[in-house]
Design a protein around this ligand. Structure first.
Ligand SMILES: C[S@@+](CC[C@H](N)C(=O)[O-])C[C@H]1O[C@@H](n2cnc3c(N)ncnc32)[C@H](O)[C@@H]1O
Ligand SMILES: [Zn+2]
Length: 381
């Protein structure tokens, strides 16, 4: 394996050389390394630095470590006692080399099946960054974690409903492919995390959850408590979506009745769930992550977390372009629509999901009427 030494954050890491002919995608290399996931790792450093302010003695497990880059950064840039595990011999050797390269004494490398590592010991913070789905690791992680789960999922198609059967198999939830598919994916994922933790009498509180182009990422604080776990599950529920007019409604609870006909147009609706209908972010916590990111020079991370913090934290976002297309009109800038909704007394914001997405507590009919008004006003300008 041809390697090179790169610097990410303040950490030096020996990684495979990615040459476009033989080692693309990054999973084709002898040890996985994807430079495009730097923002994911930057945000993780900032989140864990904030979280560990409560106690710098927290232990951290990078359960699917590859080169070790993630765990190394937490050990070096946050200072936590870190375990890095991968079942692959080449990866394990590289992790050990990388610990030596950074002169770190707060790191342990282990060569183990991630599930075995997690069932063997408990850790305050567990990070799952798998190839594809985290589903095979959720049980062991839920049992082992004491305080924080950091979970990446790159199987966006099953989570969003594009590969519905795979989504149902992995997450025991029915996803729907709608215009708000990334939020559907994030909420199916969080729902699966919440239900898995509940099996072990643990509750979950999302601190930051986001969708990027190729993956979803969730940071969830964990608390062992039967009562808190019961309360946590109250955030679960089902959503019905009308593919005719775009209206949606949701109901909290795991045994709910939802009308099968759309209240707006009478069309038969489709059902998704169970999924997480609670908050995606903790706004105060995000404030800290934004500051931490700024101090560390993580520009893209700061921008992403700011967008998450500032979005209205309710299900589900709308796609402005899709609404305009259904009405046969041209979209104004998204900010103008958000302002117009607010002027009419609704809550509204842009979202991190896309440049043309917005959230509001206005219903579909009200949104469409504001969109039409804006288009008319623009025509007479
Ligand atoms: C996507 S890579 C991890 C990337 C890394 N976290 C990073 O930020 O660059 C997934 C890694 O998990 C390892 N892996 C897959 N299944 C595993 C298992 N059941 N137990 C331990 N390691 C596993 C693979 O060898 C691979 O190195
Ligand atoms: Zn309808």
């Amino acid at each position: 394996m041809l390697t090179q030494i790169i610097t990410e954050g303040t950490t030096r890491v020996e990684v495979p050389v990615l040459d476009e002919r033989s080692t693309f995608p990054p999973s084709a290399a002898a040890v996985f390394y994807n430079p495009a996931m730097r923002i994911n790792r930057d945000v993780s450093v900032a989140v864990i630095a904030c979280f560990a302010k409560a106690n710098p003695d927290y232990t951290y497990l990078d359960a699917l470590s590859a080169s070790g880059i993630r765990g190394l950064r937490i050990a070096k840039e946050v200072g936590l006692s870190t375990t890095m595990s991968d079942w692959d011999e080449t990866a394990f050797t590289l992790i050990k080399k990388n610990i030596a390269l950074n002169n770190l004494s707060n790191c342990t490398a282990i060569k183990r099946n991630a599930n075995v590592a997690m069932l063997d010991s408990s850790f305050d913070i567990i990070d799952l960054d798998p190839f594809g789905s985290p589903a095979p690791f959720l049980d062991a992680a839920s049992l082992s974690t004491k305080r924080l789960l950091c979970i990446t999922a790159t199987d966006t198609a099953p989570l969003c409903g594009a590969h519905k059967k795979a989504g149902i198999r992995r997450y025991a939830a029915v996803p729907l492919k709608t215009e708000y598919y990334p939020e559907m994916g994030v909420r199916v994922l969080i729902g699966a995390i919440a239900r898995t933790l509940a099996k072990y009498d643990k509750a979950m509180f999302p601190l930051l959850s986001y969708a990027s182009q190729h993956y979803f990422r969730v940071f969830a604080a964990v608390k062992k408590s039967v009562e808190a776990a019961d309360d946590c599950l109250k955030n679960m529920g089902f959503l019905s979506h009308c593919f005719n007019c775009g209206a949606r409604e949701w109901r909290y609870g795991l045994a709910v009745h939802i009308e099968e006909k759309c209240p707006l147009c009478g069309h038969t609706t489709s059902l998704a769930g169970p999924l997480w209908l609670g908050r995606l972010h903790d706004r105060n916590f995000c404030d800290g992550v934004i500051l931490e990111s700024r101090e560390r020079g993580f520009r893209e991370g700061e921008k992403l977390v700011t967008a998450c913090r500032d979005e209205l934290d309710i299900p589900m976002h709308y796609d402005y372009h899709k609404i305009c297309k259904s009405l046969g009109i041209t979209a104004m800038p998204t900010d103008e629509l958000v302002l117009a909704l607010r002027e009419r007394g609704f809550q509204a914001s842009r979202t991190h999901f896309s440049g043309v997405s917005f959230k509001t507590d206005a219903g579909m009919e009200e949104i469409k009427s504001v969109v039409m008004e804006l288009a008319k006003a623009a025509r007479f300008e």
